[in-house]
Design a protein around this ligand. Structure first.
Ligand code: ZN
Length: 154
């Protein structure tokens, strides 16, 4: 089930998506006609399956064809996975920021770190460490940087 919260910031139409994108997800109904500028907030997308991906690409390719300027912000780990798997997943849109999975070396607590793509490009594969949210330990990036950030070098 996909939920969409719509708002507007100047000429930019903001869409905050949450839930899952699956076979019964109708993005054209959920997001409406393509607008000149759209910002898609993806923090709370927990899952997108292969049929969901097809519908996603169909919708955003239509936006691309209509000249929409699209920005994807706060991409969840599920979305980053698809960005890496499917080369045209963003359909010409810009990725502004993504969540990275982190885990504490001491208590294994997992947390997410939001980074801007612009900053990630500067960092290269030297990802920062974080303070654990639960104990005094240090949380480190919990995936393979070359895999998780593969899309950066496309
Ligand atoms: Zn910890």
């Amino acid at each position: 089930m996909l939920q969409v919260e719509k708002s507007q910031k100047g000429s930019i139409f903001l869409f905050k998506l949450s839930g899952n994108i699956e076979e019964n997800t109708k993005l054209d109904e959920a997001l409406g006609e393509p607008k000149p500028q759209m910002e898609i907030h993806l923090k709370d997308i927990s899952r997108i399956n292969s049929i969901g991906v097809k519908g996603w690409i169909k919708y955003f390719q239509n936006c691309q064809a209509k000249g929409t300027k699209i920005t994807f912000t706060e991409c969840s780990t599920a979305i980053v996975e698809q960005i890496n798997l499917i080369s045209n997943f963003t359909c010409g849109g810009a990725i502004e920021s993504i969540y990275l999975p982190y885990s504490c070396g001491k208590c294994r607590t997992e947390q997410l770190c939001l980074l801007k793509v612009e900053d990630l490009k500067k960092l290269g594969m030297n990802l920062p460490t974080l303070k654990c949210s639960k104990c005094t330990g240090t949380a480190e990036f919990d995936d393979i940087p070359e895999d998780y950030l593969a899309f950066l070098s496309r």
